[in-house]
Each structure stands twice: as structure tokens, then as C-alpha cells.
Write a protein that binds this ligand. Sequence first.
Ligand SMILES: Cc1ncc(COP(=O)(O)O)c(C=O)c1O
Length: 394
Amino acid sequence: MIPPAIREDFPILSEVCYLDSAATSLSPEPVLAAMAEFEHVYRANVGRGVHRLAQVATQKYWDAHQKVRRFIGAGGGELVFTRNTTEAINMVALGLPWKKGDRVVTTLLEHHSNLLPWMRLRDRQGIDLAIITPGADGTLDPDDFREAVTPGTRLVAVTHASNVLGNLVPVREIGEICRDRGALLLVDGAQSVPHLPVDVGELGCDFLCFSGHKMLGPTGTGVLWMKRPVIEPLLLGGGSVEQVTASGYTLTKGYARYEGGTPNIAGAIGLARAVEYLEAIGMEDARKHEQALTKRMLDGISGIGGVTVYGPRAEADRIGVVSFTVKGLHPHEVAEMLDNEADIMVRSGHHCCMPLVTRLGVPDGTVRASLHCYSNGDDVERLIGAVDGIARGA
Ligand SMILES: Cc1ncc(COP(=O)(O)O)c(C=O)c1O
């Protein structure tokens, strides 16, 4: 069980009902304090100087990588800090050596961040891009992967959980198919790593990408974990080289190779603190807590006349992201009414998934309420009551 007192660590919750955690989560006070400590006590650049502040900062920055590694069960491989999931996915798309005709398999469920980088490779480098279509509730059939992942497939890029429909994707099974056919598997964990236990060994993926700002960490933080460092670094410069002469350079080993330039040091330290915070709550407990709230939210909202709910109904098959539309109202109108009339913050629109919402027959998108470990039953009841009032008046 999650102690209700954790809500005191998130001051915004006393002002508004925050149901937009899939867009970005709130950061608890200990995360802000860890970042302030860096600024006040040991601010220095990392991996460069030898003075004492530089040493402390470098050690804490290194520790931050180890803490995030532990969080996703990554004993081996390379864990690199990025700005967000988008940057992590683009690093893979731009860093792998492609040949014309190499096949990439992805799905129509993807966030634009896991679609556009592959589309650009198709348009510019002649990659053969296959896009698998999910069922109406977002379900992806592993048999479609068996068919699409041909022996020439280099990479399969798939989300672990949909940010629109909330459904969980059978990534383990997809991973087995990839291994059988010699394809690499990239998992977009932006919506799973913050909400359920994720272990890269169990997932069987080659790349895991996720965002720190969706898991109680600061904005401008993200992660790329690679089973093997098979990509070329996107940026070269300070910090990423061992040796430079006028005629050449040797890149350094480890994460620094991929983190050219001064990184977001305070952000990394904040992210590591966020990971410790989530570990103290326990990801199993966080998952159970969010599942129970999701069930109530689904039951409550789908029982309202004039409201259509999207995605799977069973809470075991999904995360705490619930998309819906209200007959006769644009999703943005509903979101504005929820804010103005009930201080409820939700996301509305296409959620950076235009092909998916078009396929669902709702090109204007949906209203999306999303939970995190700090959400509670009152938030959910307030939403259900407010949507009921809006639907009656529509
Ligand atoms: C499934 C999924 N992938 C990728 C992203 C992109 O994340 P970021 O904006 O942090 O790069 C998001 C953000 O909402 C997402 O939900």
C-alpha cells in the first residue's frame, strides 16, 4: 500500500487535481532538494576537473547512472543519459549503420517519437518500414510480428504501453520472435518504466528508452539503455574522447562516449533521487495502486451516457491511462471545462499519435486522464463526477 502522506511531497496536489502524469509527472520535494543540493553545495562540471567539487559532482553523476541501472535490472550493457525518450530513440535510429533495404518493423500504436525517426530512415535511406496495425482496443497480435519480422529485419521498435489506449504490449513474446529472426528489439518504455516493475533481462530487449520526467524526475532527463553499445555516438566533443591529436581521436569507453558536451548534471542527480523514491514506494505496490484506481476510473467513466472509453477494459492489460470522448464536444472543450469547473488537469487532442487516433476514427483525438503513484481515489471520483456533469450538459 502506498502511504497517503506521500501526497505532501507534491505541493501542486493541494492546488489542483493532477491527472496528466502520462504527459509529465510531478516531482516530489526530495528530488527538488537533491537538485538544490547540487547547486548549493557541490556544483561543478563532471568528468573533467580534479578539484574537490568536480570530484564530488563526478562521483554523484556516476552514481546516478548506477541507480538508474539498478532500477531497470541492467547488470550489463550501457546506460546513457539523454534529454528524453525522443532523443534516446533518435540516437538509435541515427546511430545504427543502415543499408538500403534493411527492414524496420514498428506499429501504428506508437508515439510520433517512435515513428518519425523510422519514417525519416525510410524516406532518406531507403529503409523498408513495416507498420503493424493494432486492433480497435490497441491489442497487437504476436502473429502479425511473426509475419512482418522477416530474416532481413534489422530492428523492431515497439512501445511497452500505449500512451493513448493504455494497453500493455506483449514485448517479451515479440522479443522471442526478434531473437529467432536475428532482429534487434527497441522498447519504448516511456509509459511503462514509471508505472510497473521493468527488468531489461526479462524483457529481452536490445534497447530500452524512457523519460525521467515521467517518473518523478526533472524535465530534460531521459535514458537510453543498450545491451551492447552498437551505435555510433550522435554528438562528439568534450567528455566523449580519450585522446585527440591533429590527425585523429579515440573515443572514450562507457556512457561518456555517448554524452558529448556538459550533461544535465542536476537533472541526472534529480532522476537518481526519483528512482530511489520509487524504489522506496515499491514498483509492485505502485502498479497495484494504479491498477485499482484504473479499474474504478474505467467503471465510472464508461457508465456515463454519451461517453465513449477507448482501450482494453481489463485493468490487468493496461496502465493508468484512460482515453475517452464526450458526444458533441471537442476533446479540448472537455479538458477546458474540467480545468475551469473542477480544477482537473487532463490532456486532450491527438497525444502525438495522429495515425492511431485517425485509425480509431477520432481524428480530433480524445480526452486522456492519467495516473501516477501519488494519485488517489478522490482524484478519480472528482473526475467521474465532473465528466458526468459535462456529459449531462452537452
Ligand atoms: C509512449 C511514449 N513514447 C515516447 C514519448 C516521448 O517522450 P518525451 O517527450 O519525453 O521524449 C512519450 C511521451 O508522451 C510517450 O508517451
